[in-house]
Structures are given as C-alpha cells and as structure tokens.
Design a protein around this ligand. Structure first.
Ligand code: ATP
Length: 225
C-alpha cells in the first residue's frame, strides 16, 4: 500500500522547519510522497494577507523542486471559496484510490488547537494524522475526547523500524505523535527577520531567501505582530 502524507499550511513563507519535518517523516515512516498544500485565503482577507498566494506558491515550488518525493497541491488555492480541512480531505480521499493510505501532518501547535477546526472529530477519522513535536509546545493528549484519545499512538522516542512496524500493523484513522524531528523555526520568525533586513539563510532554503530579497517580501512591519 502506498503511503502519502499531506502537509497543509499557510506557508507564509515555507521555511526550514517545514522542509526538515517533511524529510524526516519520509525517512522515518517510509512515505512515498509528501504533498504540500498551501492554504486558500478568502478574498475579503487578501488585503491583510502577508505574501500573496502566488508568492507563497512560488516559494514552495522553489523549496520542493529538488526532492523527488515532495509534491505541491493546488487543491485549496483553486477552491471557489475557503475550504476547511474537512473539505480538502474529502476531495483528496476521492482523488486517491483505496490502495493509498493518507496521513495528515500537523505541528504540536495546530494539534493543541484542533478542537477549533470545523468538524474536527470527523477530520481526525478521515485519514491518519502525524503530530510533530515543536519547541514551546507539548504533545498533549488530555484535550481530546476519550474516543479520540484511544486512537492516539505515541511514537516519541521510537526508532524508525519500530515506527514503520507499528504504523503498518495499525488500523487506519490513528493519530501518531512523534518527536523524531524538532526544529525551532517559524514563519513569524522569518517574516520578522526579513522585515529587519536580516540574513535568512539559516531559516529558509537558499532559493527562498533569494526570492524574498528579490521581491522585497515582508519588508514592511507586519500588522498584528
Ligand atoms: P506562523 O509562524 O505564521 O504561525 P508556521 O511556522 O506555524 O507559521 P504554517 O505554514 O502555519 O507555519 O505551518 C503549517 C504546518 O506546519 C502547521 O501544522 C504547523 O504546526 C507546522 N509547522 C510549522 N513549523 C513547524 C516546525 N518548526 N516544527 C513542526 N511543525 C511545524
């Protein structure tokens, strides 16, 4: 069975944390592909948008082009109105055949807020999920219902062969917690560094740093930060 991971996010911009997570999960869980899914921003919110969807997409294209197993999905950008994750997973589930097992990747910060997602309990049964540790956030389990908690598989500290075996033996619809990779980089940090004219190469892939500089992205102090 093929294993495909879906990595949704704003990617404003994509950074070394995203790339390190995707690479580490490919080798840890033997994923066949990781598909980056940049989020749609509603027209009425576009004025407040930091980089446009076009720039966000272009930076993702630059960051993913050299990695054979990285894919880029336009499913959310092409939607007529803002899709929630539940809508996106419904569409993607229909697109992939039954011989593909889908995994949705999220960081520990997103997991902490999972109950604010539309139809969150349904979202957690539609695919498997991989929750990745992130500095400053704990991989908690006490905020979800007992039924969901029963589907959590804690792989913190596990070796790759154990993780793959566990994943292969488990029923679908599990939530795997992993600390196989922890990277202290956020998009907020990148935008701030860019707005202060600082060097970005330790934060984003080199072509993304060059793109941000060339197009003057994030050069004004951002609203709300
Ligand atoms: P911002 O700083 O603007 O909130 P971000 O760095 O969290 O952005 P997003 O594009 O919002 O980046 O993240 C997409 C997904 O990737 C989310 O599920 C988020 O939790 C996860 N993620 C982002 N950075 C990391 C990281 N360093 N380690 C683990 N997960 C991460």
């Amino acid at each position: 069975m093929r294993r495909v991971a879906l990595y949704g996010g704003t990617f404003d911009p994509v950074h070394n944390g995203h790339i390190a997570v995707a690479r580490a999960l490919i080798s840890f869980f033997a994923f066949d592909a990781v598909s980056f899914i940049p989020a749609y921003v509603a027209p009425h919110k576009r004025a407040a948008e930091v980089a446009s969807a076009f720039h966000r997409f272009a930076m993702l294209a630059l960051a993913t082009q050299d990695e054979e197993r990285f894919r880029l999905s336009t499913v959310e950008l092409e939607a007529p109105e803002r899709p929630y994750t539940v809508d996106t997973l419904t569409r993607l589930r229909a697109k992939f055949n039954d011989s593909t097992r889908l995994f949705f990747i999220m960081g520990a910060d997103s997991w902490e807020e999972i109950k604010t997602w539309r139809d969150w309990e349904q979202v957690l049964t539609m695919t498997d999920h991989i929750v990745v540790a992130r500095p400053g956030h704990t991989l908690r389990t006490d905020h979800v219902t007992p039924a969901i908690r029963a589907r959590i598989v804690d792989l913190c500290g596990a070796k790759a062969d154990e993780a793959r075996r566990t994943l292969g033996a488990s029923e679908e619809g599990r939530i795997f917690l992993t600390d196989v990779v922890t990277v202290d980089v956020s998009a907020t940090q990148v935008r701030r560094a860019a707005s202060e004219g600082r060097e970005l190469r330790s934060l984003v892939p080199a072509p993304v740093a060059e793109y941000i500089r060339k197009h003057g992205l994030y050069s004004n102090r951002l609203k709300g930060e």
